[in-house]
Write a protein of this length. Structure first.
Length: 200
């Protein structure tokens, strides 16, 4: 028995296709013993680094939450900009890996427009409730205006673009910086509450 409860985390799905983040390279997946929560990280690089995701994952596991980690293969940049490289994208295999879980915790950055577009791109095909973790301040209306389903603000019917739904938002978590304890506590509270509603 380690700590409060033993958790088994599989080796990563692959060795990764790019540099950065140690073992947590882009295009990698580590799966927990039970597919409850999946933490989704953008690709590591000069600007998008995975440090906050590692801390968030460790904090959730410390609270006995089973967490898998997916580092997206093309997680940096902006969705749908037509660039050959450097643009955000999510492939069908990653969608399948995400939807095997009950809840997604998605870590994104500090540019509001990029954050909204990335969440929309992930939840377009991934039919899963999600908690958004970002540096920039956001609210449910920001997502609803972009056609993203949310827990409390509904997009206009003709503009609904996603199968997945934003359930909670945690802001003020800076990429590359140590996650404040109060923000980690806020995330854990939201994860536990959302998981309880899923199981009930």
């Amino acid at each position: 028995m380690f700590d409060r409860e033993t958790q088994v985390v599989d080796c990563r799905h692959g060795m990764g296709l790019g540099k950065g983040g140690g073992l947590a390279q882009r295009g990698t997946l580590s799966e927990a013993g039970r597919p409850d929560v999946i933490a989704i990280a953008m690709s590591p690089g000069r600007r998008h680094i995975t440090k906050p995701v590692c801390e968030l994952t460790s904090g959730m596991r410390h609270e006995n939450i089973q967490v898998s980690v997916l580092v997206l293969n093309a997680g940096s940049g902006i969705p749908n900009v037509g660039m050959v490289s450097g643009s955000f994208g999510i492939n069908p295999e990653e969608v399948a890996q995400i939807t095997r879980h009950k809840l997604a915790v998605i870590h994104v950055g500090n540019i509001r427009d990029h954050v909204v577009k990335k969440i929309g791109a992930i939840l377009k095909d991934a039919d899963i409730p999600a908690i958004v973790v970002s540096q920039t301040p956001l609210d449910f209306e920001d997502f609803a205006e972009a056609g993203i389903r949310t827990r409390s603000v509904k997009p206009k019917d003709e503009y609904i673009l996603t199968r997945g739904k934003v359930m909670e938002i945690v802001t003020g978590i800076t990429r590359g910086e140590t996650c404040p304890r109060d923000k980690l506590n806020e995330l854990v509270k939201h994860v536990k509450t959302t998981m309880q509603s899923i199981y009930n």
